[in-house]
Design a protein around this ligand. Structure first.
Ligand code: AHR
Length: 509
């Protein structure tokens, strides 16, 4: 006999529109992400579309990847974009100072734009602040977006692309408190103002993303220094990696306690989002709504070292974490406007892994797949009653250096709800984080609408340590079922232990 939980959907309590970009991706010239994860070259025997690995293009497309961030990461602040355009055989080879080896520059701006065009994703470019200049960034913008008769617009045409790309999202450096130049926040603010003044003047339609931090001090001092130039900032970015070998174990070997530690710590990311949102709102003083872009996030297991090219396996546990984080972004949709999981192929929490000609889809891919119906919907509030599966401990406060004063208990169920703009469909994503308990979940509607059936998709496997590999690519996959019986004001469904379910429901009445 399983216990019953309750989800009450508050139809009249809207949070905000779910920006599809919260389901975004990130690729960097690091390990085997670009070469040969994405770029294999036109002459490769690996099936490709103009040099891009076909299966990866297909994977991005099938999850409706809305936005892809490139070229880094730490790589961005050492990258000179002109190295990566023009005839490939003439492009210079450069040292990859952050991740080792040599960069052949075969995959550059035009190849990235082709990836975006083939997958339907919006391009998001991160410019070089650390070792670059505003004029280099301006030239890149001109190359990408200008339609007229100028040096860089003509260069793009000469390279076979007469139509401008219209790149809307531009990041002003990456982690400029660290690998992006070791700036202090005030100095970075001055640099930011310089870059942003020229870029915005050249193209007023673009959106700029400033480098923030998971340190309140950086965000506060940066925003304070920018206070009189608030119009130059559209987003503040934060990066969040779940990495702590002792607390979480490794990629495929971890104890039950370590599994729970990982999910418990999602509230630390929540805290970081709250802090960053508070600071941007405080300094913008209502003059401008600035969004938060969590433009790198994911689990960073101890196997992922520079030597291994940050390669790691990806279990059902990682998929459950991804689902709980996406639920969090949905609940914060008023302020989180973009997020990019790191990184799409062969690096950290990937959606695809490749080996020779083979490409497999990870459990995390399946989460992005089933979450698609939330994109562009309106997030709704819901009351969730569920058993507690882990209480805060003294160790948790120590791990957080007591910054976070009040830690919450971890509930078995983590839930996000959205309604389509025409209010005809409801989407509910339910993560059952319990390792040992299936739960019966009663879903109730507040107000006077009724359920009129729907469908159900679930990601699960026999074990939370299950993963997909090249011999067994479907250990973790999606099962789909009908929910036609879900009718009236309430219904009950079974939420399996360590699973992620997506319910799509028609609404009547
Ligand atoms: O994603 C790997 C690295 O993590 C990125 O290059 C950097 O921005 C972050 O520290």
């Amino acid at each position: 006999m399983s216990r019953t939980c309750n989800i009450t959907v508050k139809l009249d309590e809207q949070i905000g529109v779910i920006n599809p970009h919260i389901f975004g991706h990130f690729i960097e010239h690091l390990g085997r992400c670009i070469y040969p994860g994405i770029w294999v070259g036109e002459d490769s025997k690996i099936p490709n579309c103009n040099g891009l690995r076909k299966n990866v293009v297909h994977a991005f497309k099938s999850i409706g990847a809305p936005i892809i961030r490139w070229p880094g990461g730490c790589f961005a602040d050492a990258y000179h974009w002109e190295d990566g355009v023009g005839p490939r055989e003439q492009r210079p080879r450069r040292l990859n100072i952050w991740w080792g080896g040599e960069e052949p520059n075969e995959f550059g701006t035009d190849e990235f734009m082709m990836l975006c065009r083939l997958t339907g994703a919006e391009p998001y470019i991160c410019v070089n602040v650390g070792s670059g200049s505003p004029s280099e960034a301006l030239a890149w913008l001109e190359y990408c977006n200008y339609a007229g008769n100028t040096k860089y617009a003509n260069l793009r045409s000469k390279n076979g692309h007469p139509e401008p790309y219209g790149v809307k999202y531009w990041g002003i450096g990456n982690e400029n408190w660290g690998c992006g130049g070791s700036f202090d926040p005030v100095y970075y603010a001055w640099e930011y103002r310089r870059f942003a003044t020229y870029l915005k003047q050249a193209d007023r339609s673009i959106k700029l993303i400033a480098c923030g931090h998971t340190s309140r001090d950086w965000n506060y001092r940066f925003m304070e220094a920018l206070r009189d130039h608030i119009h130059l900032v559209d987003y503040l970015s934060i990066h969040y990696y779940f990495g702590n070998a002792q607390r979480y174990g490794n990629d495929v070997e971890f104890s039950d306690e370590q599994y729970l530690n990982l999910l418990f710590d999602v509230q630390h990311l929540e805290y970081q989002i709250q802090q960053a949102a508070f600071i941007v709102d405080f300094f913008s003083e209502g003059r401008k709504d600035i969004g938060i872009a969590v433009d790198e996030w994911g689990v960073w297991h101890p196997q992922a070292t520079v030597e291994s090219g940050l390669y790691q396996q990806n279990t059902l546990r990682d998929a459950i974490l991804a689902a709980s984080v996406l639920n969090l972004f949905i609940r914060f949709s008023r302020k989180v406007w973009m997020a990019n999981i790191a990184q799409a192929v062969n690096v950290l929490q990937s959606i695809c892994l490749t080996k020779g000609e083979k490409t497999i889809l990870t459990p995390t891919y399946h989460i992005f797949n089933i979450y698609q119906p939330h994109m562009g919907n309106i997030a709704l509030k819901a009351d969730v009653e569920s058993p507690i599966i882990r209480e805060p401990t003294e160790k948790d406060y120590v791990a957080r250096q007591r910054f976070q004063r009040r830690l919450k208990s971890l509930k078995a169920l983590d839930v996000a709800v959205s309604i389509s703009r025409d209010e005809s469909n409801l989407v509910i994503t339910v993560v059952n984080q319990s390792l040992d308990e299936d739960l019966d979940v009663k879903v109730t509607l507040s107000g006077n609408r009724e359920f009129q059936g729907g469908s159900f998709a679930i990601v699960n496997a026999v074990d939370v340590r299950a993963y997909n590999d090249f011999d067994f690519p479907d250990n973790v996959r999606v099962r789909e079922e009908s929910l036609e019986a879900a009718r009236g004001k309430e219904f009950t469904f079974r939420s399996e232990r360590h699973s992620v379910s997506r319910l799509s429901l028609k609404l009547g009445g």
